[in-house]
Write a protein that binds this ligand. Structure first.
Ligand code: ZN
Length: 399
Protein backbone atom coordinates (compact mmCIF):
# COMPACT_ATOMS: atom_id res chain seq x y z
CA UNK A 1 0.00 0.00 0.00
CA UNK A 2 1.17 3.43 -0.89
CA UNK A 3 1.55 5.99 1.91
CA UNK A 4 -0.45 8.41 -0.23
CA UNK A 5 -3.40 6.21 -1.13
CA UNK A 6 -6.99 7.33 -0.59
CA UNK A 7 -7.04 6.19 3.05
CA UNK A 8 -3.90 8.03 4.12
CA UNK A 9 -5.87 11.02 5.49
CA UNK A 10 -7.75 8.86 7.98
CA UNK A 11 -5.65 9.54 11.03
CA UNK A 12 -5.48 6.82 13.67
CA UNK A 13 -8.33 4.77 12.17
CA UNK A 14 -6.54 1.47 11.65
CA UNK A 15 -9.54 -0.81 12.20
CA UNK A 16 -12.05 1.13 10.06
CA UNK A 17 -9.46 1.42 7.29
CA UNK A 18 -8.85 -2.33 7.41
CA UNK A 19 -12.60 -2.97 7.04
CA UNK A 20 -12.93 -0.53 4.14
CA UNK A 21 -9.90 -1.89 2.28
CA UNK A 22 -11.23 -5.45 2.47
CA UNK A 23 -14.67 -4.35 1.29
CA UNK A 24 -13.26 -2.33 -1.60
CA UNK A 25 -11.14 -5.29 -2.68
CA UNK A 26 -14.24 -7.51 -2.52
CA UNK A 27 -16.18 -4.95 -4.56
CA UNK A 28 -13.45 -5.15 -7.20
CA UNK A 29 -13.90 -8.94 -7.28
CA UNK A 30 -17.63 -8.41 -7.86
CA UNK A 31 -16.69 -6.26 -10.84
CA UNK A 32 -14.48 -9.09 -12.09
CA UNK A 33 -17.48 -11.43 -12.05
CA UNK A 34 -17.12 -13.12 -8.66
CA UNK A 35 -20.71 -13.54 -7.36
CA UNK A 36 -19.63 -14.23 -3.78
CA UNK A 37 -16.45 -12.31 -3.06
CA UNK A 38 -16.68 -12.19 0.77
CA UNK A 39 -14.84 -9.28 2.34
CA UNK A 40 -17.95 -7.79 3.89
CA UNK A 41 -18.92 -5.70 0.87
CA UNK A 42 -22.49 -4.49 1.12
CA UNK A 43 -24.65 -1.80 -0.48
CA UNK A 44 -25.34 0.40 2.55
CA UNK A 45 -22.91 1.79 5.10
CA UNK A 46 -23.07 4.09 8.08
CA UNK A 47 -20.02 6.07 9.18
CA UNK A 48 -20.17 7.27 12.77
CA UNK A 49 -17.67 9.03 14.99
CA UNK A 50 -17.09 12.01 17.27
CA UNK A 51 -16.59 15.55 15.92
CA UNK A 52 -13.33 15.77 14.06
CA UNK A 53 -13.06 12.03 13.44
CA UNK A 54 -13.85 12.96 9.83
CA UNK A 55 -16.73 10.73 8.86
CA UNK A 56 -17.09 12.45 5.50
CA UNK A 57 -13.42 12.06 4.68
CA UNK A 58 -13.76 8.34 5.40
CA UNK A 59 -16.86 8.01 3.22
CA UNK A 60 -15.19 9.85 0.33
CA UNK A 61 -12.08 7.70 0.65
CA UNK A 62 -14.20 4.56 0.46
CA UNK A 63 -16.10 5.95 -2.53
CA UNK A 64 -12.75 6.56 -4.22
CA UNK A 65 -11.58 3.02 -3.48
CA UNK A 66 -14.81 1.67 -5.00
CA UNK A 67 -14.13 3.70 -8.15
CA UNK A 68 -10.44 2.85 -8.20
CA UNK A 69 -9.35 1.40 -11.50
CA UNK A 70 -6.55 -0.60 -9.91
CA UNK A 71 -8.58 -3.44 -8.41
CA UNK A 72 -10.23 -1.32 -5.74
CA UNK A 73 -7.03 -0.66 -3.84
CA UNK A 74 -7.77 3.05 -3.62
CA UNK A 75 -4.38 3.80 -5.14
CA UNK A 76 -5.00 7.54 -5.03
CA UNK A 77 -3.38 7.95 -8.44
CA UNK A 78 -5.77 6.61 -11.08
CA UNK A 79 -8.53 8.66 -12.71
CA UNK A 80 -11.27 6.97 -10.65
CA UNK A 81 -9.61 7.67 -7.31
CA UNK A 82 -8.69 11.19 -8.24
CA UNK A 83 -12.08 12.34 -9.53
CA UNK A 84 -13.92 10.67 -6.64
CA UNK A 85 -11.72 12.49 -4.11
CA UNK A 86 -12.01 15.92 -5.69
CA UNK A 87 -15.75 15.53 -6.18
CA UNK A 88 -16.01 15.40 -9.97
CA UNK A 89 -16.64 11.68 -10.48
CA UNK A 90 -19.89 11.19 -12.43
CA UNK A 91 -20.88 8.23 -10.27
CA UNK A 92 -20.19 9.69 -6.84
CA UNK A 93 -23.04 11.84 -5.70
CA UNK A 94 -22.63 13.83 -2.50
CA UNK A 95 -25.57 15.23 -0.57
CA UNK A 96 -24.18 17.92 1.68
CA UNK A 97 -26.20 20.45 3.58
CA UNK A 98 -25.17 23.70 5.16
CA UNK A 99 -28.70 23.98 6.39
CA UNK A 100 -30.43 22.24 9.21
CA UNK A 101 -32.31 19.53 7.44
CA UNK A 102 -32.25 17.60 4.20
CA UNK A 103 -35.59 17.94 2.53
CA UNK A 104 -37.73 15.24 1.06
CA UNK A 105 -37.44 16.71 -2.45
CA UNK A 106 -33.66 16.54 -2.33
CA UNK A 107 -33.81 12.97 -1.04
CA UNK A 108 -36.23 11.85 -3.75
CA UNK A 109 -33.89 13.18 -6.40
CA UNK A 110 -31.05 11.35 -4.77
CA UNK A 111 -33.04 8.15 -4.62
CA UNK A 112 -33.89 8.44 -8.30
CA UNK A 113 -30.29 8.95 -9.10
CA UNK A 114 -29.30 5.99 -6.95
CA UNK A 115 -31.69 3.80 -8.90
CA UNK A 116 -29.99 4.59 -12.20
CA UNK A 117 -27.12 2.51 -13.48
CA UNK A 118 -23.63 3.98 -13.06
CA UNK A 119 -22.51 5.93 -16.09
CA UNK A 120 -19.11 4.27 -15.88
CA UNK A 121 -18.55 0.57 -15.46
CA UNK A 122 -18.25 0.50 -11.69
CA UNK A 123 -20.50 1.68 -8.84
CA UNK A 124 -23.11 4.35 -8.31
CA UNK A 125 -22.11 5.83 -4.95
CA UNK A 126 -24.38 8.11 -2.95
CA UNK A 127 -22.83 9.88 0.05
CA UNK A 128 -25.15 11.58 2.53
CA UNK A 129 -22.87 13.80 4.61
CA UNK A 130 -25.33 14.67 7.37
CA UNK A 131 -27.71 11.74 7.48
CA UNK A 132 -28.74 12.90 10.98
CA UNK A 133 -30.42 15.87 9.31
CA UNK A 134 -32.78 13.79 7.23
CA UNK A 135 -36.37 14.64 8.06
CA UNK A 136 -38.86 11.85 8.62
CA UNK A 137 -40.23 11.82 5.09
CA UNK A 138 -36.76 12.05 3.64
CA UNK A 139 -35.65 9.15 5.84
CA UNK A 140 -38.54 7.07 4.56
CA UNK A 141 -37.62 7.80 0.97
CA UNK A 142 -34.03 6.79 1.66
CA UNK A 143 -35.12 3.66 3.53
CA UNK A 144 -37.12 2.53 0.54
CA UNK A 145 -34.10 2.93 -1.71
CA UNK A 146 -31.92 0.97 0.68
CA UNK A 147 -34.52 -1.76 0.98
CA UNK A 148 -34.74 -2.22 -2.78
CA UNK A 149 -31.23 -1.47 -3.94
CA UNK A 150 -30.09 -1.46 -7.52
CA UNK A 151 -27.32 -4.02 -7.97
CA UNK A 152 -24.54 -1.46 -8.46
CA UNK A 153 -25.59 1.21 -5.97
CA UNK A 154 -23.79 1.88 -2.69
CA UNK A 155 -25.08 4.23 0.02
CA UNK A 156 -22.64 5.84 2.44
CA UNK A 157 -24.38 7.64 5.29
CA UNK A 158 -22.47 9.84 7.72
CA UNK A 159 -23.93 10.56 11.15
CA UNK A 160 -22.53 11.31 14.62
CA UNK A 161 -23.97 8.12 16.12
CA UNK A 162 -26.52 5.38 15.50
CA UNK A 163 -28.79 6.78 18.22
CA UNK A 164 -32.40 6.83 16.92
CA UNK A 165 -32.25 10.66 17.09
CA UNK A 166 -29.48 10.54 14.51
CA UNK A 167 -30.63 7.76 12.19
CA UNK A 168 -33.82 5.79 11.76
CA UNK A 169 -33.60 2.35 13.37
CA UNK A 170 -34.90 0.68 10.23
CA UNK A 171 -32.16 2.31 8.15
CA UNK A 172 -29.52 1.44 10.71
CA UNK A 173 -30.52 -2.23 10.66
CA UNK A 174 -29.83 -2.45 6.93
CA UNK A 175 -26.39 -0.86 7.00
CA UNK A 176 -22.94 -2.01 7.87
CA UNK A 177 -21.42 0.19 10.55
CA UNK A 178 -17.99 1.81 10.43
CA UNK A 179 -17.18 3.40 13.79
CA UNK A 180 -14.46 6.00 13.53
CA UNK A 181 -12.69 6.89 16.74
CA UNK A 182 -11.03 10.00 18.11
CA UNK A 183 -7.42 9.66 16.97
CA UNK A 184 -4.74 9.70 19.64
CA UNK A 185 -2.74 12.88 20.07
CA UNK A 186 0.37 11.02 18.93
CA UNK A 187 -1.26 9.81 15.70
CA UNK A 188 -2.73 13.24 15.02
CA UNK A 189 0.55 15.03 15.73
CA UNK A 190 2.41 12.74 13.37
CA UNK A 191 -0.24 13.40 10.69
CA UNK A 192 0.04 17.18 11.06
CA UNK A 193 3.77 16.98 10.52
CA UNK A 194 3.56 14.55 7.59
CA UNK A 195 0.60 16.05 5.72
CA UNK A 196 0.67 19.70 6.70
CA UNK A 197 4.35 20.26 7.20
CA UNK A 198 3.94 21.56 10.72
CA UNK A 199 6.90 21.81 13.04
CA UNK A 200 6.87 18.76 15.34
CA UNK A 201 6.58 20.80 18.54
CA UNK A 202 3.67 22.87 17.26
CA UNK A 203 1.99 19.77 15.86
CA UNK A 204 2.12 17.87 19.12
CA UNK A 205 0.78 20.87 21.06
CA UNK A 206 -2.12 21.36 18.62
CA UNK A 207 -2.91 17.65 18.47
CA UNK A 208 -3.15 17.41 22.25
CA UNK A 209 -5.06 20.68 22.68
CA UNK A 210 -7.57 19.73 19.98
CA UNK A 211 -8.18 16.40 21.70
CA UNK A 212 -8.20 14.37 18.52
CA UNK A 213 -10.20 16.76 16.36
CA UNK A 214 -8.22 17.14 13.14
CA UNK A 215 -9.93 20.29 11.89
CA UNK A 216 -9.70 21.98 15.27
CA UNK A 217 -5.98 21.22 15.45
CA UNK A 218 -5.54 22.90 12.09
CA UNK A 219 -7.57 25.92 13.16
CA UNK A 220 -5.65 26.26 16.40
CA UNK A 221 -2.38 26.54 14.52
CA UNK A 222 -3.60 28.61 11.57
CA UNK A 223 -6.23 30.91 13.05
CA UNK A 224 -5.23 33.40 15.77
CA UNK A 225 -8.89 34.01 16.69
CA UNK A 226 -9.41 30.36 17.39
CA UNK A 227 -6.34 30.43 19.65
CA UNK A 228 -7.45 33.51 21.53
CA UNK A 229 -10.91 32.02 22.11
CA UNK A 230 -9.20 29.01 23.63
CA UNK A 231 -7.00 31.24 25.84
CA UNK A 232 -10.08 33.09 27.00
CA UNK A 233 -11.88 29.87 27.97
CA UNK A 234 -8.86 28.41 29.73
CA UNK A 235 -8.51 31.65 31.68
CA UNK A 236 -11.95 31.11 33.21
CA UNK A 237 -10.94 28.85 36.14
CA UNK A 238 -8.48 31.48 37.41
CA UNK A 239 -11.03 34.27 37.22
CA UNK A 240 -13.65 32.56 39.39
CA UNK A 241 -12.81 34.24 42.70
CA UNK A 242 -16.31 35.19 43.89
CA UNK A 243 -19.95 34.66 43.00
CA UNK A 244 -20.10 37.84 40.90
CA UNK A 245 -17.19 36.61 38.82
CA UNK A 246 -19.09 33.37 38.15
CA UNK A 247 -22.07 35.15 36.63
CA UNK A 248 -19.81 37.45 34.72
CA UNK A 249 -17.85 34.54 33.26
CA UNK A 250 -21.08 32.81 32.21
CA UNK A 251 -22.40 35.93 30.51
CA UNK A 252 -19.11 36.52 28.76
CA UNK A 253 -18.83 32.98 27.46
CA UNK A 254 -22.45 32.98 26.30
CA UNK A 255 -21.91 36.24 24.42
CA UNK A 256 -18.60 35.13 22.92
CA UNK A 257 -20.05 31.89 21.59
CA UNK A 258 -23.07 33.70 20.20
CA UNK A 259 -20.78 36.09 18.38
CA UNK A 260 -18.63 33.26 17.08
CA UNK A 261 -21.74 31.48 15.80
CA UNK A 262 -23.12 34.63 14.17
CA UNK A 263 -19.85 35.17 12.34
CA UNK A 264 -19.82 31.55 11.20
CA UNK A 265 -23.28 31.69 9.60
CA UNK A 266 -23.43 35.33 8.44
CA UNK A 267 -22.11 34.83 4.95
CA UNK A 268 -24.29 31.82 4.25
CA UNK A 269 -27.39 33.55 5.65
CA UNK A 270 -26.88 36.47 3.35
CA UNK A 271 -26.28 34.33 0.28
CA UNK A 272 -29.40 32.27 0.97
CA UNK A 273 -31.52 35.34 1.44
CA UNK A 274 -30.24 36.95 -1.73
CA UNK A 275 -30.89 33.75 -3.68
CA UNK A 276 -34.43 33.48 -2.35
CA UNK A 277 -35.15 37.11 -3.09
CA UNK A 278 -33.90 36.67 -6.61
CA UNK A 279 -36.04 33.57 -7.06
CA UNK A 280 -39.06 35.43 -5.78
CA UNK A 281 -38.50 38.28 -8.15
CA UNK A 282 -37.75 40.95 -5.58
CA UNK A 283 -36.72 44.23 -7.06
CA UNK A 284 -39.12 43.81 -9.98
CA UNK A 285 -41.84 46.32 -10.67
CA UNK A 286 -45.42 46.07 -11.80
CA UNK A 287 -48.43 44.17 -10.58
CA UNK A 288 -46.93 40.70 -11.02
CA UNK A 289 -43.96 41.52 -8.81
CA UNK A 290 -46.14 43.02 -6.13
CA UNK A 291 -48.37 39.99 -5.76
CA UNK A 292 -45.36 37.69 -5.90
CA UNK A 293 -43.87 39.64 -3.01
CA UNK A 294 -46.97 39.04 -0.92
CA UNK A 295 -46.62 35.26 -1.32
CA UNK A 296 -42.92 35.64 -0.77
CA UNK A 297 -43.33 36.99 2.75
CA UNK A 298 -44.16 33.51 4.00
CA UNK A 299 -41.13 31.98 2.34
CA UNK A 300 -38.82 34.66 3.73
CA UNK A 301 -40.23 34.02 7.21
CA UNK A 302 -39.60 30.32 6.76
CA UNK A 303 -36.02 31.05 5.73
CA UNK A 304 -35.50 33.31 8.74
CA UNK A 305 -36.77 30.58 11.03
CA UNK A 306 -34.40 27.99 9.66
CA UNK A 307 -31.48 30.44 9.73
CA UNK A 308 -32.19 31.18 13.36
CA UNK A 309 -32.18 27.46 14.12
CA UNK A 310 -28.85 27.13 12.35
CA UNK A 311 -27.36 29.97 14.39
CA UNK A 312 -28.54 28.20 17.55
CA UNK A 313 -26.87 25.02 16.42
CA UNK A 314 -23.65 26.87 15.61
CA UNK A 315 -23.63 28.45 19.07
CA UNK A 316 -24.09 25.06 20.70
CA UNK A 317 -21.14 23.75 18.73
CA UNK A 318 -19.07 26.72 19.91
CA UNK A 319 -20.09 26.18 23.54
CA UNK A 320 -19.30 22.52 23.18
CA UNK A 321 -15.76 23.32 22.02
CA UNK A 322 -15.31 25.61 25.03
CA UNK A 323 -16.58 22.96 27.43
CA UNK A 324 -14.33 20.39 25.81
CA UNK A 325 -11.37 22.68 26.56
CA UNK A 326 -12.48 22.99 30.19
CA UNK A 327 -12.90 19.22 30.51
CA UNK A 328 -9.30 18.93 29.31
CA UNK A 329 -8.13 21.43 31.91
CA UNK A 330 -9.77 19.76 34.93
CA UNK A 331 -8.68 16.38 33.68
CA UNK A 332 -5.10 17.72 33.53
CA UNK A 333 -5.39 18.95 37.13
CA UNK A 334 -6.59 15.53 38.24
CA UNK A 335 -3.83 13.80 36.32
CA UNK A 336 -1.27 16.09 37.98
CA UNK A 337 -2.68 15.49 41.47
CA UNK A 338 -2.63 11.74 40.96
CA UNK A 339 0.77 11.86 39.25
CA UNK A 340 -0.72 9.67 36.52
CA UNK A 341 1.77 8.81 33.77
CA UNK A 342 -0.34 10.17 30.91
CA UNK A 343 0.07 13.08 28.54
CA UNK A 344 -1.51 16.46 29.27
CA UNK A 345 -4.21 17.95 27.05
CA UNK A 346 -3.10 21.54 27.61
CA UNK A 347 0.65 21.14 27.94
CA UNK A 348 1.15 24.91 27.62
CA UNK A 349 -0.78 25.43 30.86
CA UNK A 350 1.37 23.18 33.04
CA UNK A 351 2.13 25.91 35.58
CA UNK A 352 -1.54 26.79 36.10
CA UNK A 353 -2.49 23.13 36.27
CA UNK A 354 0.15 22.42 38.91
CA UNK A 355 -0.95 25.37 41.03
CA UNK A 356 -4.56 24.15 40.92
CA UNK A 357 -3.45 20.61 41.74
CA UNK A 358 -1.69 21.93 44.86
CA UNK A 359 -4.75 23.83 45.99
CA UNK A 360 -7.65 21.48 45.29
CA UNK A 361 -8.39 18.06 46.77
CA UNK A 362 -8.91 15.42 44.07
CA UNK A 363 -12.61 15.07 45.02
CA UNK A 364 -13.08 18.77 44.50
CA UNK A 365 -11.37 18.68 41.09
CA UNK A 366 -13.60 15.77 40.16
CA UNK A 367 -16.71 17.75 41.13
CA UNK A 368 -15.56 20.54 38.85
CA UNK A 369 -14.97 18.12 36.00
CA UNK A 370 -18.43 16.68 36.55
CA UNK A 371 -19.95 20.17 36.55
CA UNK A 372 -18.60 20.75 33.04
CA UNK A 373 -20.01 17.44 31.83
CA UNK A 374 -23.35 18.20 33.50
CA UNK A 375 -23.44 21.55 31.70
CA UNK A 376 -23.01 19.79 28.37
CA UNK A 377 -25.86 17.44 29.22
CA UNK A 378 -28.11 20.32 30.22
CA UNK A 379 -27.50 22.16 26.97
CA UNK A 380 -28.17 18.94 25.07
CA UNK A 381 -31.49 18.79 26.87
CA UNK A 382 -32.31 22.34 25.73
CA UNK A 383 -31.61 24.16 28.98
CA UNK A 384 -30.81 27.77 28.08
CA UNK A 385 -27.03 28.08 27.67
CA UNK A 386 -26.82 31.09 30.01
CA UNK A 387 -28.55 29.16 32.82
CA UNK A 388 -26.50 26.00 32.32
CA UNK A 389 -23.26 28.01 32.21
CA UNK A 390 -24.10 29.93 35.40
CA UNK A 391 -24.78 26.71 37.30
CA UNK A 392 -21.49 25.30 36.04
CA UNK A 393 -19.43 28.38 36.92
CA UNK A 394 -20.68 28.36 40.50
CA UNK A 395 -19.53 24.76 40.97
CA UNK A 396 -16.24 25.51 39.22
CA UNK A 397 -15.65 28.25 41.78
CA UNK A 398 -16.74 26.37 44.90
CA UNK A 399 -15.45 22.94 43.90
ZN1 ZN B 1 -7.09 4.21 -7.90
Amino acid sequence: MSPQDVFSDLVGQDEPVRILRRAAAAAARVMAGDPDPGGGMTHAWIFTGPPGARRTVAARAFAAALQCERDGTGCGECHGCHTALVGTHADVHVVATEGLSIGVKETRMLVLRAASAPSGSRWQVVIVEDADRLGERASNALLKAIEEPSPRTVFLLCTPSVHPDDIMVTIRSRCRLVSLIQPSAAALGEFLVRRHGMAPEQASWAAAAAQGDVERAQRLTADPESRSRRDEVLGVPRRLTNIGACFEAATKLEAATKQEAAAAVAELDQAERAALERALGAGGTGKGATSAMRGAAGQLKELERSQKARATRAQRDAIDRALQDLVGFYRDVLVTTMRAPVAMVHGDLAAVTSAAAEKWAPESTLRRLEAVLACRDSIDRNVKPQVALEAMMVTLWRG
